[in-house]
Design a protein around this ligand. Structure first.
Ligand code: DC
Length: 222
C-alpha cells in the first residue's frame, strides 16, 4: 500500500504552514513545506549571481541543491540548511518569498524540483503544504485540502506574525504584497495556484486556527 498523503494548498498568508505542522505532529507523519524548497532555491540562485533567464544554470542549481531540514531539539520548529548553512531566518523574509514566487513560475525549475518533493512521501504518511501539492506533485493523494481567506485577513495574519517576531509592518503595504503574490502564483502557466477538483475547500476567514485544524483532522479520520 502506498504512503498516505494529505495535501494542504492555498494562497500566501492563509496559515497553511501552521496547520500542516500541527496536523503532521498529531498524526506522527512527515512534513513537506514545499514553499521552503522554492525559497531556498531562490536564495541559492541569488547567492550564485545567476540570472533567472538562464534556464540551464537554474536547472543545474535545482538538481544539485544541497538542502536539509532539521527539527530543532528544543521545539517542533524546523531549521533549513542550504549548502551547510542555517538559512532559516533569511528564508522567511518577504523579499525571499517574492523572489521564490518569481522563480517558481519557470516550468523547468518546477520539473527539476518535482522529485525532491515527491521523495518526502515516506511511511507512515506525509502532510505536504504549498500551491500545487494536490494538483500536480501529489495528484493521487488520498486527502486534499485547499485553505483560503480574504486578502485583508491574510495580510492581517501576516502583520501579526511579523509583530510576534519583533518586526514592524505596514498593513497597506503587506496587503499590496499579498495580493501581488497571489496574482502571480494564480495566473502563471505552470502549476498555477488553484484547488484540486477533489479538494475540501475551507474558507478560514472567520475561523480560528483550532477550528481549521479540527476540520482537517476530521477529513483524515473519516
Ligand atoms: O508558501 P510560501 O510563501 O513559502 O511560498 C513562497 C513562494 O514559492 C510562493 O509565492 C510560490 C512558490 N511556491 C510554489 O510555486 N509552489 C509551491 N508548492 C510552494 C511555493
Amino acid at each position: 500500500m502506498s504512503t498516505p498523503v494529505l495535501t494542504i494548498d492555498g494562497p500566501s498568508g492563509v496559515g497553511k504552514g501552521t496547520v500542516a505542522r500541527v496536523i503532521a505532529q498529531k498524526l506522527g507523519w512527515n512534513l513537506l513545506d514545499s514553499g521552503a524548497i522554492y525559497r531556498a532555491f531562490a536564495l541559492a540562485v541569488e547567492s550564485r549571481g545567476v540570472n533567472i533567464t538562464d534556464e540551464l544554470a537554474l536547472v543545474k542549481i535545482a538538481t544539485h541543491l544541497d538542502l536539509a531540514f532539521k527539527t530543532q531539539a528544543d521545539s517542533e520548529l524546523v531549521s533549513v540548511y542550504l549548502d551547510g548553512h542555517d538559512v532559516s531566518k533569511e528564508l522567511r523574509l518577504e523579499a525571499t518569498g517574492e523572489m521564490a514566487s518569481k522563480i517558481a513560475s519557470i516550468g523547468v525549475v518546477r520539473s527539476a524540483l518535482l522529485k525532491r518533493q515527491q521523495d518526502f512521501a515516506t511511511p507512515p504518511g506525509l502532510v505536504a503544504d504549498g500551491r500545487d501539492m494536490g494538483t500536480v506533485v501529489f495528484k493521487e493523494a488520498e486527502f486534499k485540502v485547499y485553505l483560503t481567506a480574504n486578502s485583508e485577513e491574510r495580510a492581517n495574519r501576516r502583520l501579526k506574525q511579523l509583530q510576534a517576531q519583533g518586526h514592524k509592518g505596514i498593513m497597506s503595504q503587506i496587503l499590496v504584497e499579498v495580493e501581488a503574490r497571489d496574482a502571480r502564483d494564480s495566473s502563471r502557466k505552470h502549476s498555477p495556484l488553484k484547488p484540486a477538483k477533489d479538494a475540501l475547500i475551507i474558507d478560514t476567514t472567520e475561523l480560528s486556527l483550532d477550528e481549521v485544524i479540527a476540520q482537517v483532522s476530521e477529513l483524515v479520520k473519516a
